[in-house]
Design a protein around this ligand. Structure first.
Ligand SMILES: C[S@@+](CC[C@H](N)C(=O)[O-])C[C@H]1O[C@@H](n2cnc3c(N)ncnc32)[C@H](O)[C@@H]1O
Ligand code: SF4
Length: 387
């Protein structure tokens, strides 16, 4: 049967695998290290139950993307990934061109599972390379070397039509020249997509403690700004322009799953600490599940769902989220959609003020977007425009 994609709004399923082999000192994602064995089959049964409960609640959908994120989902057995994909296909229609991404850490052990993931239905991998500098990898607490990461990229290239990898820049002591060389080398290994994140010192991480004690010096605002500008210029020169503040792709090769978040479409969040946004009875509903893996497991086993937050958003909140997420994109937002969501237009005086400052602009087709020079000030721009 042909599926008419034009009449179907995107719908994504996010699956969170919360375990890692070790905790990187900069990371505040919901990731946990367990020294004993993890009962993976039991977790998979809980994922299946939570999927069933979500499907029962929201009814029919056509799934356009699935994303296994973490944590480290590349620690999962391919059979577990297969079982979860089967459960998704049991409850919903899966679009023929569905994008199915798995986040992988680039160690040799994990690369041995890539073929199994491909057979299970994964068609895109996103590898956490983080740096092409062994000393930096060590400082970031990574368990892989540059060579091991590049070998994993090569395996990914052989098996998957689509792959991406992540780098973190604005690292301690990083100079403009060093980053330019590293980024160009990365681009020579990249295919269609790269995620380039500026190092953020997150609260309550070992990096935050070191930073507060003056033992971890990161680039100051000026250098960080130059590093950002350099990243934009090198990416654009290599035909990998930024389509989102930290994501670069060849036109057409954007991560469709993440576009669902940034364009304000609908997604289900499955697994410990997963967030979702559902459209139910004309309202936008925000969901969140229990973050601690074992508590999530017990909750799902007892009630069928790990939900801890299940909240109808107000029109103002829905519109603000659209603004907050949409302005991260180079394409910006549709002001009419904002008005329809908020029940009022974006304040024209604020838009004029920001346009005069050069931080936002209107496109020829009437969209509002942040300018290249406005992107480093994105938080302030959003705060100014929010409902
Ligand atoms: C869910 S995380 C990790 C995926 C995978 N476990 C890994 O580490 O390779 C996704 C990405 O966020 C980025 N990231 C995590 N913490 C960060 C931070 N504090 N600053 C900048 N980027 C960060 C990393 O590039 C990472 O690959
Ligand atoms: S960066 Fe990745 S591997 Fe490191 S702790 Fe976070 S989720 Fe785990």
């Amino acid at each position: 049967m042909m599926v008419n994609m034009t009449s179907t709004l995107p719908f994504g399923v996010y699956v969170h695998w919360p375990f890692c082999l070790s905790k990187c000192p900069y990371c505040d994602f919901n990731s946990h290290v367990r020294h004993g064995a993890i009962d993976e089959a039991r977790f998979v049964r809980a994922f299946e139950r939570e999927l069933a409960a979500t499907a029962e609640r929201i009814g029919a959908r056509t799934v356009s993307s699935i994303f296994f994120g973490g944590g480290t989902p590349s620690l999962m057995q391919p059979e577990s990934v297969q079982a979860i994909l089967d459960a998704i296909a049991k409850h919903w229609t899966v679009a023929p061109d569905v994008e199915v991404t798995l986040e992988a850490n680039p160690t040799s052990v994990e690369a041995t599972r890539f073929r199994g993931y491909h057979s299970a239905g994964i068609n895109r991998v996103s590898l956490g390379v983080q740096a092409l500098d062994d000393a930096a990898l060590k400082e970031l607490g990574r368990l892989h070397s540059v060579q091991e990461a590049l070998d994993a990229v090569a395996v990914a290239r052989e098996i998957f039509q689509r792959y991406s990898f992540d780098l973190i820049y604005a690292r301690p002591r990083q100079t403009l020249d060093a980053w330019a060389a590293e980024l160009k080398r990365a681009i020579s290994e990249a295919a269609e997509h790269l995620s380039l994140y500026q190092l953020t010192i997150e609260h309550d991480t070992p990096f935050a403690a070191l930073h507060a004690a003056g033992k971890l010096k990161v680039p100051d605002d000026d250098l960080a700004r130059h590093l950002y500008d350099l990243t934009q210029a090198i990416g654009a020169d290599a035909d990998l322009p930024a389509y989102e503040i930290s994501n670069h792709a060849r036109p057409g090769a954007e991560c469709r799953h993440n576009m669902i978040y940034w364009r304000g479409h609908e997604y289900a969040g499955i697994g410990p600490g997963a967030h979702g946004r559902l459209n139910l009875d004309g309202r936008r509903v925000a969901t969140e599940t229990e973050k601690r893996p074992e508590s999530w497991l017990m909750r799902v086993e007892a009630t069928g769902s790990g939900l801890t937050v299940d909240e109808k958003l107000t029109p103002g909140e829905t519109a603000d989220e659209y603004l907050l997420m949409g302005l991260r994109l180079a394409e910006g937002i549709d002001p009419q959609r904002f008005s329809a969501l908020a029940g009022r237009a974006i304040d024209p005086d604020r838009v004029s003020f920001l346009r005069e400052q050069g931080t936002v602009e209107m496109t020829a087709d009437g969209r509002l977007r942040v300018t290249q020079s406005g992107f480093p000030l994105l938080d302030a721009v959003v705060a100014d425009l929010a409902a």
